[in-house]
Every structure is written in structure tokens, then in C-alpha cells.
Write a protein that binds this ligand. Structure first.
Ligand SMILES: C[S@@+](CC[C@H](N)C(=O)[O-])C[C@H]1O[C@@H](n2cnc3c(N)ncnc32)[C@H](O)[C@@H]1O
Length: 244
């Protein structure tokens, strides 16, 4: 392993520990879940490494769960302030605001318990199908849309497009239902995680990747697809969709 790769891994491990630490007080599950998810899910690291969240962004995280993205952003800003941010990475994004919307009260409690709320960070317990979306520079939807029907997905995406400022970005991760094996494995794991978090596993409404892209383009967004299941058996794709 080259020295750069080792340094990179060590820096990410430090960020993971900092971002997981606030969940210690929220119970063993919340802390272990945070460490496992941040450590193994490639999407969080990609958001930072590719600089997908701009400085000063107003971020809306829909289906935020226990608020891992908010915790990572806060931990990144703290590492940067302490001079521990790797110089080779894009500067840690310091958002102007992060709002999480989450359906499950228990997850919202964990997020609020771990991170608190202030003028910059807030968590709303609500349903993305009805909750208003504030004007945003970056909207994040990671592994959430498949829980609602296709018509509801389209309605949420239309409202996301309207909430984005010109030049703003939607970061949407979906499973590609066209890759049957990977998609089936992710649904199976999803059901296990839902049960572990104390929720019933809801039915899922997947789409092949080409349909997701076509729907975003119909909304006038410019779309780029990036594979996002490295190191996992899933069929996940990150769609970076920009409002012109
Ligand atoms: C697979 S988890 C992903 C959590 C988070 N985005 C992440 O990547 O760590 C999906 C989340 O979406 C939430 N969710 C599902 N349906 C929702 C809805 N209609 N409105 C808001 N949140 C919803 C679930 O409760 C769950 O926390």
C-alpha cells in the first residue's frame, strides 16, 4: 500500500470516529450503526472526495435517518479547523445550514440527541411526501425514494427540483432494479436493517437506472450517473443531477 493510500485511509478513519462519537450517548446500536455505515458505505466518502457539497451550501437531507451526513459535515469542519484535514482532499464543506427530514421518530430522536439543533442544524420529523422543502443548494436523497410509489417518487422529485436554486444539485442514490441480483441483495439487507432499527420493512418500488435518469431529465435536470456500491454486492448508483 502506498504512503498516500495509507494516509488517506487513516484520515477517513479519523473522520469516521469523530462523526460516530456523538452517537455513543444515543445507545450501542446508534454508535455501532454509525461506525459501520460510515466505514463501509462508499457514498459518504465520495461526497467528500469529489467535493459534491459546496462551501456555504444550504443542504437538505431527505430521509436522513439518524443524521449521519450532518454529523460527518460537522466532524469534517472540526478536522479542518484543527488542521487535520488532508491537504490533498477538497476542503471540508462547511454548509450554511443542514436540514434533515426523517419519517421515523426514533431516528429523529437519535439525531437530535447526538447532534442537537441550532440555527445551522435541524431535524424535522415528517413525511417527504407532504413536508415542505426549504430552498436549497444541495438536496441529498440516499436510498429513500424506493419506499414510496412511482407516482409519489415523481411528485417528490418535482418538488426537489423546485426547491433547488439554479445551479443547485440533487445527489440521489438509487438501486438499479435492472441489475436484478445486486438489487435483490440490497433489498434483503434493507429489510434486515429496518428490523434492527425497530421498523417494519416497507414494500419497495424500484426502477431500472435508465428510467431514473429519464425521469430526472424530464424535470429539466442535467444528470450524471456514478456507480456507488464499491466494496458491496449491491447495484447502487449515485445520480448527480444539476438544475441548470
Ligand atoms: C435506507 S435509510 C437511509 C438513511 C440515510 N439517508 C443514509 O443514507 O444513511 C432510508 C431512510 O428513509 C426514511 N424514510 C422512508 N420513507 C420516508 C418518507 N416518506 N419520508 C421521510 N423519510 C422516509 C427511513 O425511515 C430511513 O431512515
Amino acid at each position: 500500500m502506498s504512503r498516500n493510500v495509507a494516509a488517506d485511509r487513516a484520515a477517513w478513519a479519523r473522520l469516521r470516529e469523530r462523526a460516530s462519537a456523538p452517537y455513543r450517548g444515543a445507545g450501542r446500536f446508534a454508535w455501532h450503526f454509525a461506525r459501520g455505515k460510515i466505514g463501509h458505505d462508499p457514498v459518504f466518502r465520495h461526497l467528500f472526495a469529489a467535493g459534491l457539497i459546496p462551501q456555504g451550501a444550504r443542504v437538505l437531507d431527505i430521509g436522513c435517518g439518524q443524521g449521519l451526513l450532518a454529523s460527518l459535515l460537522r466532524a469534517g469542519a472540526a478536522m479542518r479547523a484543527a488542521g487535520e484535514w488532508p491537504p490533498a482532499w477538497p476542503p471540508a464543506p462547511a454548509p450554511a445550514r443542514i436540514t434533515g427530514i426523517e419519517l421515523m421518530p426514533r431516528d429523529v430522536e437519535r439525531a437530535r440527541g447526538a447532534l442537537g439543533e441550532d440555527g445551522r442544524t435541524s431535524f424535522v420529523c415528517g413525511d417527504m411526501r407532504t413536508e415542505p422543502f426549504p430552498p436549497s443548494d444541495t438536496v441529498v436523497l440516499l436510498d429513500v425514494l424506493h419506499y414510496v410509489t412511482h407516482a409519489e417518487q415523481d411528485a417528490v422529485l418535482r418538488r426537489v427540483r423546485d426547491a433547488l436554486v439554479p445551479g443547485g444539485r440533487l445527489l440521489l442514490r438509487v438501486g438499479d432494479a435492472g441489475r436484478r441480483r445486486g438489487f435483490a441483495i440490497s433489498q434483503w439487507v434493507d429489510r434486515l436493517v429496518c428490523r434492527a432499527r425497530g421498523h417494519a420493512a416497507p414494500p419497495v418500488h424500484g426502477r431500472p437506472l435508465a428510467e431514473w435518469i429519464a425521469q430526472l431529465r424530464r424535470l429539466g435536470l442535467q444528470v450524471e450517473a456514478r456507480p456507488m456500491s464499491q466494496g458491496t454486492p449491491f447495484a447502487n448508483v449515485l445520480l448527480v443531477a444539476q438544475r441548470p
